[in-house]
Design a protein around this ligand. Structure first.
Ligand code: HDE
Length: 716
């Protein structure tokens, strides 16, 4: 196997994969990548930069005209060129993922901070500075492949580590809990959130009867539901969200000692979210917003990073938590088990071909390596079956692991043979005989805990008991942790959550509204009252069994400043008729470039220095908006232009204000704020002209990200 030889050559004596850059010939910005990102795929690339068109079997051809009998006659069956081209096209699509169909991915490198052999035998965590190639695919859950990125949804965060002891996948989400406790409910959950079976609407949305019927009847989902209804359901970008393994897994050391573990990927960009109205506008105006953001960040060299953290705890600690760690609807508050950082993961290379690298990426929780093991979490146990099964369906055969994006970076040796699309030419003529064998001189040998660094099940795992079709009684509390979540949000985040539930439940039938209210009331009488009053539905009496005042740290999104503003995008509203305006726009571009903040200048026409016209610009595209001088005609409702839809410049400002964005005004342009219905206050900055203080103010505003004081609170 040539490839293994090449890869084996990259593995040093200590098992460390050496850094090398295979991109010299690829010619895109990936050449700046550090580490090993995408290294394993380079040998599969096809380059059409020279040569003649060929058939699939290599003969040079011309494929623009069909072969006919006579100039105006019928096409001949003989035309192998036509048949091959059309047949391939007819078979070009594979089934989209049953869930998480909409997504985007990128390559990167994981670097371990240290030698963690005291907690796990996993080789990628075995040495400080050790680098491992990774691939991450982010996604939404419910929408189909062409749906909008900013639909309100839980988001997928699937990470593959191409370790030197095989592939390890953490197929996680951007929230730490899941809707159900047992895999057998998964089809029901997904049928509930997918569009109605008769008319297939709504697409990528949970604001409909079947979803809320499920949420209010399968109360296991209430916790995840609240996360999705809060900012977690509408992140600013994939880069601004955390990732979680959700289930409790195990870490196992070489000598078989094991502890429980929860995986956390902490964004180094900071958590940030859109507001709902903004997300909805974005869905219509730019359905590819998150995909584009990830691509652009990587192409511009602003490589997103996440720190891999773990919560590690043992059985004895787990007994004292008061909830079951095998229940995937529960978080382990960081006050009980703090996070331990293990390494950093950087995405620095975009795919060259979306289909080959992203669409064909087939993750599985069952892709596991020595040093990591499962637990009896019933949801995880079910997933171990489902992902393999779904890949068989998507690929149409058992050789999907041989696709370039799915192959490990280490050689394969086993008795799996043949099947559609078999890539390997196996030399071993005795694949029917397991080792020990005579015919193949005892190879491949069986690896184990002691020999060949084999995978092994944690030695202390035990299972026994009567056969039951019943959920554990320790999984029965579905209300305390949703309340913990609600208690831990800031006041305005609570308001957003309530607004989201009001929006969703205003689309559902009265009987289901009542069920929802009675469940919300078990979490919090405050939520139930506020949702019920908006719906005009009678709120039940307090139901205090699960009420408490506990909070936990780290759940707020809007309450924190972003650690970096690089890649955020400032819109500068200018006029192509005013030299003063264009000069200020130029000065702003220069000033923000130092922080890798991009500036888009908007004007009536594409004059020099203008990036976009008002006819194409929208507030959704900007994280902050600045109005330059010489633009008064644009913000005067009576002096509008035929170059853009009515009142568009005013609308951009109105939306920016209503969506909590920082706004800056130079000179008299402050008058535009009133025209847009806004008022001065936090996040509105003014200066006589472009100066250092003004730029610093806007930067501070970007780090704050959303000025939540502009949103009304119930009862305020
Ligand atoms: Fe998935 N899930 N899931 N899921 N899931 C799939 O596998 C499934 C669950 C998650 O970017 C499918 O390859 C069952 C939890 C992500 O390619 C499918 C159950 C979590 C992705 C499937 C769950 C996830 C998937 C569809 C309940 C967070 C996208 C295509 C037992 C920890 C991976 C595919 C990618 C994809 C089944 C629950 C995350 C059908 C049966 C919990 C991020 O096999």
């Amino acid at each position: 196997m040539i490839r293994s030889a090449v890869l084996a050559a990259t593995i040093g004596l200590a098992g460390v994969v050496q850094a090398q850059c295979p991109f010299a010939s690829v010619g895109n910005l990936a050449a700046r990548a550090e580490g090993l990102s995408r290294d394993q795929l380079s040998e599969f690339e096809l380059d059409d930069s020279e040569g003649f068109m060929t058939s699939d079997v290599g003969g040079p051809i011309g494929d623009q005209e069909v072969l006919t009998a006579g100039e105006r006659g019928p096409t001949l069956l003989e035309d192998f060129i036509f048949r091959q081209k059309i047949t391939h096209f007819d078979h070009e699509r594979v089934p989209e993922r049953a869930v998480h169909a909409r997504g985007a991915g990128a390559h990167g490198t994981f670097t371990s901070y240290g030698d963690y052999s005291n907690i796990t035998a996993a080789s990628f965590l075995g040495e400080a500075g050790k680098k491992t190639p990774v691939f991450i695919r982010f996604s939404t859950v419910a929408g189909s492949r062409g749906s909008a990125d900013t639909a309100r949804d839980v988001h997928g965060f699937a990470t593959r580590f191409y370790t030197d002891e095989g592939n390890f996948d953490v197929v996680g989400n951007n929230v730490p809990v899941f809707f159900i406790q047992s895999a057998i409910h998964f089809p029901d959950l997904i049928h509930a959130v997918k569009p109605r079976p008769d008319r297939e609407i709504p697409q990528a949305a949970s604001a409909h009867d079947s979803a809320w019927d499920f949420f209010s009847q399968q109360t296991t989902g209430l916790h995840t539901l609240l996360w999705a209804m809060a900012g977690y359901g509408i992140p600013r970008s994939y880069r601004h969200m955390d990732g979680f393994g959700v289930h409790t897994y195990r870490l196992v050391t070489d000598d078989g000692k094991s502890k429980f573990v929860k995986w956390h990927f902490k964004t180094k960009q900071g958590k940030a979210s859109l507001v709902w109205d903004e997300a909805q506008h974005m869905a219509g105006k730019n359905a590819d917003y998150h995909r584009q953001d990830l691509w652009n960040a990587i192409e511009s060299g602003n490589f997103p990073e996440w720190e891999l953290n773990v919560q590690i705890f043992d059985e004895e600690q787990a007994q004292a938590f008061g909830f079951d760690v095998l229940d995937p609807t529960k978080i382990i508050p960081e006050e009980l088990v703090p996070l331990t950082p293990l390494g950093v993961l950087k995405l620095d290379v975009n795919p060259i071909n979306y289909f080959a690298e992203v669409e064909q990426a087939m993750f599985q929780p069952g892709h596991i390596v020595r040093g990591i093991d499962f637990t009896d979490d019933p949801l995880l146990q079910g997933r171990l079956f489902s992902y393999l099964d779904t890949q068989l369906n998507r690929h149409g055969g058992p050789n999907f692991e041989q696709l370039p994006i799915n192959r490990p970076v280490v050689p394969i040796h086993n008795n799996n043979r043949d099947g559609a699309g078999q890539n390997f030419i196996h030399r071993n003529t005795a694949p029917q005989i397991d080792s020990p064998n005579t015919l193949n001189k005892g190879y491949p040998q069986q690896a184990s805990q002691e020999k060949g660094r084999g995978f092994f099940t944690a030695p202390n795992r035990e299972a026994s008991g009567p056969l039951l079709r019943k959920r554990p009684s320790s999984f029965a509390d579905h209300w305390s942790q949703p309340r913990l979540f609600y208690n831990s949000l800031t006041e305005v985040e609570q308001q957003f959550l309530i607004d989201a539930i009001r929006f969703e439940t205003s689309h559902i039938s009265p009987a289901i509204q009542e069920n929802v209210l009675s469940q919300l009331n078990k979490i919090s009488h405050d939520i139930a009252t506020r949702v019920g009053s908006a719906l005009g539905v009678k709120v039940p009496e307090e139901d205090p069994t699960y009420y408490h005042d506990n909070t936990t740290a780290g759940l707020s999104i809007f309450g924190n400043k972003l650690p970096t503003i690089a890649t955020l995008h400032v819109g500068v509203l200018a006029s192509s008729k005013s030299d003063e305006s264009l000069a200020e726009a130029r000065a702003l571009k220069q000033a923000f470039a130092r922080d890798n903040v991009t500036v888009g200048v908007v004007a009536e026409t594409l004059a020099e220095g203008v990036d976009q016209t008002y006819s194409a610009a929208e507030a959704i595209a900007f994280d902050a908006i600045i109005v330059t001088q010489g633009t008064h005609a644009l913000f005067n409702a009576s002096t509008q232009s035929s170059l853009y839809p009515p009142r568009r410049p005013i609308q951009i400002l109105t939306d920016g204000y209503n969506w909590g964005k920082p706004l800056g005004f130079l000179g008299y342009s402050i008058n535009a704020l009133e025209a847009a219905g806004g008022a001065e206050g936090p996040g509105v900055y003014r200066a006589p002209g472009v100066n250092g203080t003004f730029v610093e103010d806007i930067k501070e505003g970007l780090a704050t990200f959303k000025f939540t004081n502009r949103f009304a609170l119930d009862g305020a």
